[in-house]
Ligand binder design. Structure first.
Ligand SMILES: [Zn+2]
Length: 69
């Protein structure tokens, strides 16, 4: 037994700050994690956001839905 960090699984265990307003999302009921994938090579990047704020900056026709897990 040891205290080593668990292996990287590609899933973030801590909430990211909202990429729209920059505020903490620790207590946000509408927190969403946005995953962007690169066109090749499997590069991935994540953004955290409040769904309400994200909806405010998305183009027409895009809408964020929150699915509680
Ligand atoms: Zn926000």
């Amino acid at each position: 037994m040891n205290d080593e960090e668990p292996p990287w699984t590609g899933v973030l265990t801590e909430r990211l700050r909202c990429c729209v307003c920059g505020e903490s999302t620790d207590d946000a009921p509408d927190y969403v994690l946005v995953e962007l994938t690169g066109p090749a090579g499997g590069a991935r990047q994540w953004f955290g956001a409040h769904a309400g704020h994200l909806n405010g900056v998305l183009g027409d026709g895009f809408r964020v839905e929150v699915h509680l897990m």
